[in-house]
Design a protein around this ligand. Sequence first.
Ligand SMILES: Nc1ncnc2c1ncn2[C@@H]1O[C@H](COP(=O)(O)OP(=O)(O)OP(=O)(O)O)[C@@H](O)[C@H]1O
Length: 562
Amino acid sequence: MAVSPPSRATQTKVQSDLELPQRLKPGLEKTPESQGEEPSYILRATAAAQTLASIIRSCYGPFGRQKFLVTAKGETVCTGHAAAILKALDLEHPAAQFVQELAQTQVENAGDGTVFVVLLTEALLEQAHYLLWAGLTPTQLREAFATATAEVLTALPSLAIRSLGPLEDPSWALYSVISTHTLSNSDYLTKLVAQACWVSREPNGSFKPESIVVCVLQGGKLTDSRIFPGVAIAGKLCGQKTEVLGDARVALFNCPFGPTNPFTLATPRLSNPEELLRFRKQTEQVEKEIAQLAIMDINVAVVLGEVNEKSVDQANYCGIMVIQAKSRKEIVYLSEKLGTPLLGRVLPPLEPGKCHKVYRKEFGDTAVVMFEWEHEIAPFLSVVLRGPTIQGLRVAEQAVYYGIDAFSQLCQDPRLLPGAGATEMALAKMLVDKGSRLSGPNGLAFQAFAQALSSLPKTLAENAGLAAQSVMAELSGFHQAGNFFVGVGTDGLVNVTHEGIWDILRTKAQGLQAVAELVQQLVTVDQIIVARKTPLYRQITDPTLNAKVSSPLRAKFFGKYV
Ligand SMILES: Nc1ncnc2c1ncn2[C@@H]1O[C@H](COP(=O)(O)OP(=O)(O)OP(=O)(O)O)[C@@H](O)[C@H]1O
């Protein structure tokens, strides 16, 4: 039986009463005095984690909801991407900040599992709260949780029943991850990503996620999306020179291409001699700058900013192809891939970006600008996504990145686990079985961990709009009977091996390990100490302890904690 809330704690039975904390002994009732002993910090940390989890709980799984997110720049986006939602939150409670950081680290390291880590942390903290209330000391709890975590991490690989072969098409292994993050055409997108990943894989089996570039191009349908060798950008060609078909030498500019004052060469409005003089000087300066580019053999200029017509004429004259990038992301990509800096002035770079060809490629009713390398050293591949709306393209782009990260994980460890909550339920059953044979804190911690793990399939059921209690009872019945491949699907329980729902072992193991470490740390915290920006160091629990201004030496010592 799992660890229950305080009101039910008195009914919990494990083997040895002697080793149980006082409040878990049979027949012991909750007294008013004992209420005063609530471990208040853990209660507040649990409440903070609950608040955070409540924001993204509905995003978990393939039936997850979308949210309107108003970004700091005031832009409204519609997203179900938990990492983006979490990143946007301004949190005050340190426990919530730690959970937010944990989720961020998970997404950076594994590219997936954001909601999983937040929900599991919340559930484990809730269980920790009950156990501390019941009388376990923080040290006992931390050690017992560490034992339960070790048990889980040891058992986890034994549940990985499939593995991606080195020469196998990875579509089946990427489908769950991509379909969870797309609203439509999951099959098409999965095949596209699988093909891009498979082609980009090095002969020795390694894979660099950064070798795949995603370019979004509004218009058409998602099924018009394609893969091209090289880097594709949705930039606009500005001059007469529309291609460089060998030995391209590229410079990137994060500034206007031409005079910077409002009296641009195309529309001069000069009302006095000083303006005329300044205008002429600027024109000469720009001519010099563009001539300098030509002297240094630059034949492609990519500009993020305004492009002046007269400057383009000058570039045409010098044989320079001018491309106006549509977004900062595109030009940053190019800077990374070509290994040349993004310059704030029109100057020749010390090291220009080199590739074989730069040209416009017709693509359905539109075109992209391609940067291509010679075949044998072609280091990049572009997934060009089409779609009628920018919002839809953003979702698809995110799903592609999830797929690429998943493939990267699989290249490091090809093992996969049954998904849809089946693995969490199998682990929970194993912990309950082992926990019921253990006495004292370890037995309780095993049961608490099991309870926390089973909250994940329960959330999948809730998000699918199913009757969660009865689904969980049925799911538990199947797992008790040894059917470890049963999980939660759209209309109820499903056999995940038949449905092809797989989770990546490496991602799940990383998430479990990180959550367990954080919870073990949080259960031993008993206070929040806030170091103010002014040199006032005080405990927020006792405002009367306000220290006056500290000495410079003291300030120096505490400086590193501020
Ligand atoms: N078709 C499906 N039916 C049921 N469950 C599924 C299906 N596809 C994926 N899942 C399950 O959904 C869960 C993952 O959901 P999701 O991707 O939303 O969470 P996450 O990975 O923790 O967060 P994020 O992807 O935002 O980083 C896993 O348990 C996975 O097995």
